[in-house]
Design a protein around this ligand. Structure first.
Ligand SMILES: Nc1ncnc2c1ncn2[C@@H]1O[C@H](COP(=O)(O)OP(=O)(O)OP(=O)(O)O)[C@@H](O)[C@H]1O
Ligand SMILES: [Mg+2]
Length: 370
C-alpha cells in the first residue's frame, strides 16, 4: 500500500499543505527544525491516530489553533481510501471516505506504517512501558482482534485493581467477585499471549540472520519476558500459571491494591551472545539491532497482511557508517513506499537518491527540487 496524497491543516508548523507522494522513494530534505519529522509524524498519526513521539496529541495542533487536520489518500492494488484524522483540544475524530468511524480500534487497521527514527533507541534503553506500548501498536496493526482483547483486558484490570483497594479497606468483601475478575482476566490473557507469542516467534527466528548479514556479528536474539514463568505460551500453561500466581499472591496484591502479575507487566529484551544489549552493547550495535528488528517486521507485515507497510525513515542514515548505510538499503524491499528525511543528500545512499523524488522542506513549506 502507499499514500498518494497528504494534506495537513494546522498540524505542527504546517498551516496548509498539500502534497502528492510517489509510490516509491520520497526524500524530504531540509535544515534542522524546518518540519521534516513533522511530515513523517503526520503520516504516522494518519495511520495510528497517535504520535510516535512523547507528549499529548494537543501538541500536534499548530500553536494558537483549536483544530488540526491530517488527511490522505491511501492506495493499494485493489482499493483507494481517503483517511482523515481531526485533532482538537477535546479529542480526536477519524473518518474514512467521508464517513465517521466511532471506534478508533476499527480505524487503525486500514493503514500500515513502520517508523525508523531516533526515538527507536528507547526500545532498548527505555522503560518496559515504552516497549509494551510499541509492541501493542505493532501487534494491533497485524492482527485486527488484538486491540479489542487488549482493551477488554485493561478494563478488567482496572476493575480488579479498584476491587483490590476496596478489599484492603473493607472488612466485608466478596472473594467470589475477585475470582470472577480473575477468570475474565485470564481469558483475555490467553488471547493476548497467542498474538504476542506469534509476533515474537517470527521476529526471533529471523533477526539473528539479518543482523549477521548487515553487521557481521553472530548471536543476536530477542526474548519476550513475562512474570508468570511461561515457557511455551500454551493455553493450559497460561491458565494454570496465571491463576496460581493470582492465588498465591492475593494477600500481597490486596495490600498493594494492584495486580502484580500478568501480560501488563511483560517486557522484551535484546541479547547479543547471551548478554543483555541494554547493558553491554554499544550505541551503534543497539541502533543496528533495532533497525534489524524493524526490517524483520516488514517481512512479517507482508506475510500476515499480504501488503507492504509504508516505511517512514527519520534521519536514520546520518548515524550509520557508509558500509551499514549501503547494507541497509540493499535490505529494503523494492516494492515498498519509503518516506525518508535528511539534512543532507550525501547521507543517503546514491541508489536511493537516483530512484527517489526529492522534496525540499523549508519553514513549514515543501517544494519539489528543481
Ligand atoms: N504545535 C506546533 N505548532 C507550530 N510549530 C510547531 C509545533 N510543534 C513543533 N513546531 C515546530 O516545528 C519545528 C520542528 O519541526 P521538525 O521536528 O519536523 O524539524 P526537522 O526538520 O525534523 O528538524 P531536525 O533536522 O532538527 O530533526 C520547530 O520549528 C518547532 O517549533
Ligand atoms: Mg527531525
Amino acid at each position: 500500500m502507499y499514500l498518494s496524497k497528504l494534506k495537513l491543516k494546522n498540524f505542527r508548523n504546517y498551516k496548509d499543505l498539500k502534497l502528492s507522494l510517489s509510490s516509491g522513494i520520497n526524500i524530504f530534505i531540509g535544515d534542522n527544525a524546518q518540519g521534516k519529522t513533522n511530515i513523517l509524524e503526520s503520516i504516522y498519526v494518519l495511520a495510528l491516530t497517535k504520535s510516535p513521539r512523547f507528549g499529548t496529541n494537543n501538541q500536534l495542533i499548530r500553536y494558537g489553533f483549536e483544530e488540526g487536520i491530517i488527511s490522505g489518500v491511501l492506495k493499494d492494488s485493489k482499493k483507494m481510501n481517503e483517511l482523515k484524522v481531526s485533532l482538537s483540544k477535546t479529542g480526536k475524530k477519524v473518518s474514512m471516505n467521508g464517513k465517521n468511524i466511532s471506534k478508533i480500534s476499527d480505524y487503525i487497521f486500514n493503514m500500515k506504517v513502520i517508523m525508523f527514527g531516533p526515538e527507536d533507541l528507547d526500545l532498548i534503553k527505555g522503560s518496559p512501558q515504552d516497549r509494551r506500548n510499541f509492541m501493542n501498536i505493532q501487534i494491533s496493526q497485524l492482527y485486527a482482534p488484538y486491540v479489542h482483547y487488549l482493551n477488554e483486558y485493561n478494563k478488567i484490570l482496572k476493575n480488579r485493581n479498584e476491587y483490590l483497594k476496596f478489599m484492603n479497606l473493607n472488612q466485608y468483601t466478596d472473594p467470589r467477585y475477585l475470582e470472577i475478575l480473575d477468570e475474565k482476566l485470564i481469558d483475555r490473557a490467553v488471547i493476548i499471549y497467542k498474538y504476542r507469542y506469534e509476533y515474537f516467534r517470527f521476529i526471533s527466528s529471523k533477526i539473528g540472520v539479518v543482523f549477521q548479514k548487515i553487521v557481521g556479528e553472530d548471536g543476536l536474539y530477542i526474548k519476550l519476558e513475562n512474570n508468570l514463568d511461561l515457557i511455551n505460551y500454551e493455553e493450559e500453561e497460561i491458565r494454570s500459571k496465571f491463576s496460581n500466581k493470582l492465588k498465591n499472591h492475593q494477600k500481597k496484591e490486596i495490600l498493594q491494591g494492584t495486580t502484580l502479575y500478568g501480560p501488563h507487566r511483560d517486557d522484551f529484551c535484546f541479547f547479543l551472545e547471551e548478554n543483555s544489549m541494554k547493558i553491554f552493547a554499544s550505541q551503534g550495535q543497539q541502533r543496528m539491532a533495532i533497525i534489524c528488528f524493524k526490517l524483520v517486521e516488514i517481512e512479517l507485515f507482508h506475510k500476515i497482511l499480504h501488503t507492504m507497510p509504508i516505511l517512514l525513515l527519520d534521519d536514520i542514515f546520518s548515524e550509520l557508517d557508509v558500509k551499514k548505510r549501503n547494507q541497509l538499503v540493499q535490505y529494503l524491499p523494492t516494492n515498498v513506499q519509503v518516506i525518508v528525511t535528511t539534512t543532507d543528500l550525501k547521507n543517503i545512499n546514491k541508489k536511493l537518491v537516483e530512484k527517489g523524488r526529492v522534496l525540499i522542506v523549508k519553514n513549514g513549506n515543501v517544494e519539489e527540487k528543481a
